[in-house]
Write a protein that binds this ligand. Structure first.
Ligand SMILES: Nc1nc2c(ncn2[C@@H]2O[C@H](COP(=O)(O)OP(=O)(O)OP(=O)(O)O)[C@@H](O)[C@H]2O)c(=O)[nH]1
Length: 393
């Protein structure tokens, strides 16, 4: 009997010992099944598949294949740096984008002028076409008077001659002698500083991005400054534009001081010895005194390190004469040295180029002709008029 009790006790002890060995193995399997912690920065080993067994080999469980992506390290790929299109001849390439203005202004004028009898009514129609295309009253009066005199004196009748006369007058109205050079060349050991200003939604940030491409295409190195700390997405938008052509962007905290971002951009641009620093500013209504004062401050702070070489005012061509009112206020606050007229592809009022320059005494240096990355063209009066009037017959 005693022997039997001892035997039962031995068996019980043996069973308990076996159970103690098996339970810890099961628990370890549970932890092994958890995905490894993976922060993407410090990970040096390839991630382990969820069913890879690293505990004792006597645990029997059919291994399952790791998912296809498990063995591929998650390496972010930098976007390829693009090569922007050369700037020369862009206006000619984009001439079709002026189709709306071409129909309203070019074709309209040419069809009236080619009439058999150029009477007063015909000249009234010419005048209306020019005014309708936002050429402005003063310039329209001048153009009509000169055309009237020249067609009479020269007794011009052929379509080709009339086109040439009209082209000549429109080019003259566009003041071809104005200096349209973009001041983007560094002086000594400091980069050229270009500031971009304007009201909301005119296309400032887009223009900065496209302009960075223009400069890169012309062989310059560029540093962008996101001094539009007001609109949350503006800095990201600018940075994306820059990264496409290998240009860095200096940014500040959202809602931070735009003058400080602008200052830092010039400072870093000087240290990095870039050719051109391009500063995007927040869109502001010309009627808000506080915001206009802030813009003046941004410029003054930048000027602590040297002059601003170019202050570009971005105007939306589709806003027509309204844009002129805004523009005047901007020229009073910051010394505007050049106009960028955007969205010319979306208007039949291409004559706005004439009135803007005339009213402000500031040259149009660049025109926006679409939303594409290379749809910003240096403005050239002859090519512009050529595009407006269409192919000569
Ligand atoms: N069709 C056309 N659209 C343009 C042109 N230039 C800019 N745009 C569009 O205009 C819109 C506004 O452009 P943004 O660059 O964001 O304007 P913004 O002036 O920086 O705006 P805020 O920062 O809000 O003042 C965008 O949808 C651009 O794609 C152009 O030349 N043609």
């Amino acid at each position: 009997m005693v022997f039997l009790i001892i035997a039962i006790a031995v068996v019980l002890v043996a069973l308990l010992a076996t159970a103690a060995l098996v339970v810890p193995r099961r628990q370890r399997r549970v932890f092994d099944d958890l995905p490894p912690s993976h922060d993407g920065l410090t990970e040096t080993e390839p991630p382990r598949g969820p069913t890879v067994v690293t505990a004792e080999p006597d645990v029997i469980e059919a291994p399952q294949p790791a998912p296809e992506t498990a063995a591929v390290p998650d390496v972010p790929t930098a976007p390829p740096v693009e090569t922007p299109e050369p700037t020369a001849g862009r206006l000619t390439r984009l001439r079709a984008r002026l189709a709306r203005s071409q129909n309203a202004l070019g074709r309209g004028l040419l069809s009236v002028l080619s009439r058999e009898n150029l009477d007063d009514d015909a000249w009234d129609e010419v005048e209306e076409s020019l005014l309708g295309a936002d050429v402005g009253v003063a310039a329209t009066t001048e153009i009509v008077e000169r055309l009237r005199t020249r067609t009479k004196v020269l007794n011009t009748r052929s379509a080709g001659e009339l086109r040439a006369l009209l082209a000549d007058e429109l080019v003259t109205a566009l003041q071809p002698d104005l200096d349209r050079t973009l001041r983007s060349t560094p002086t000594g050991d400091r980069p050229a500083v270009v500031m971009v200003v304007g009201v909301n939604g005119t296309g400032k940030t887009t223009t900065c991005g496209k302009l960075a491409r223009v400069l890169v295409a012309d062989g310059r190195t560029v540093l962008l400054g996101a001094a539009d700390t007001f609109r949350a997405a503006a800095a990201d938008q600018l940075q994306t534009w820059g990264s496409r052509v290998g240009a860095e962007t200096v940014r500040g905290p959202e809602g931070g001081d735009p003058a400080s971002v602008a200052f830092d951009t010039v400072k870093q641009g000087t240290e990095a010895k870039v050719d051109t620093v391009l500063i995007d500013t927040a869109g502001r209504l010309h009627t808000k005194v506080g915001l206009m004062d802030e813009l003046g401050k941004v410029k003054r702070v930048v000027e602590k390190q040297g002059p601003v070489d170019e202050t570009l005012l971005v105007l939306d061509a589709t806003t027509g004469q309204n844009g002129l009112v805004q523009a005047r206020v901007f020229t009073e606050v910051v010394d505007v040295t050049g106009i960028v007229l955007t969205k010319l592809d979306g208007t039949a009022k291409g004559g706005i180029v004439i009135s803007v320059q005339r009213e402000l005494g500031v040259p149009v240096k660049l025109v926006g002709l679409g939303e594409g990355a290379d749809d910003l063209a240096p403005f050239e009066p002859e090519q512009f008029v050529d595009a407006l009037l269409g192919e000569p017959e």
